[in-house]
Design a protein around this ligand. Sequence first.
Ligand code: NDP
Length: 293
Amino acid sequence: MKLIDGKAIANQIKAEIAAEVKKLQEQKGRTPHLAAILVGNDPASETYVANKEKSCKEVGMSSSVYKMPADITQEKLLETIEFINKDDEIDGLIVQLPVPKHIDVQKVIESIDPKKDVDGFHPVNVGRMTLGQDCYLPATPFGISMLLERYNIDTQGKNCVVVGRSNIVGTPMSILLSRNNPLANATVTLCHSKTKNLTEVCKSADILIAAIGRCEMITADYVREGATVIDVGMHRVEDKSRKSGFRLKGDVKFDEVSPLCEYITPVPGGVGPMTIVGLIMNTLKAFKGEIYK
Ligand code: NDP
């Protein structure tokens, strides 16, 4: 069994980005800038946004956070997005999800200028991804693709099973893996809560990607010997022996599954650090005008 060290790869890529940002700053006289809108006080969202700010700093990018109260009106939120859309000094804009229930999330996503949509959630970017055109890829599937590439894990002709069909992870992951290019070309099965015989389907996977949101659901019964397993799940499980009071677990029962695998991502330290790298990479692309000229 070989562990896929997402943290190490993320640090490696961040160092590469930092070097590029430094060069670009000399040429352009400014650094890439990521803006994040945070609505409400959800502790997990606050942590995610703080981590994104920290990563920007690490690579020499600038960032700003627009904090808004949980009872902000949709109109005011859309106005702020419009304001940022027009700011030439801001290259990328994300709205941290989830937003409170009274806000129409799709409307929010569609009001972000596709050129600044570094989360890759806008229908224009999703459409371009589906057509195999240049676009901002959603950060988590983008991060997973980079991990597979850096570990030279061949996907061509392989059976890839993705469990979970969310718009931000499972569905884009299945599209990316099925594209016609040397880093994809997989035969992909996309599973969800209505899939029959999930255990057997998962057992047919050369590469199994778990993005289910159910703690340790994937046990040894779901995995064939020699498979590669990518665990996207992230769950805080109470652990009083830790200072934080919790520890992180994934959708995969690591102790049971890992001895069967050729490669496996741990939680934490697998997919998580790569998600932020995907976002930073998209912000750099936005700054360089690589996708939209
Ligand atoms: P969602 O809840 O949006 O989607 C979960 C998907 O899993 C749905 O498609 C659902 O099916 C499917 N599902 C649920 N239960 C079952 C089941 N018993 N059998 C088969 N399929 C099932 O989750 P996300 O995609 O947003 O996130 C998935 C996990 O990844 C979460 O733990 C989340 O915290 C984590 N995550 C981690 C990130 C990281 O950076 N590491 C980034 C983003 C997410 P259906 O569509 O039928 O309801």
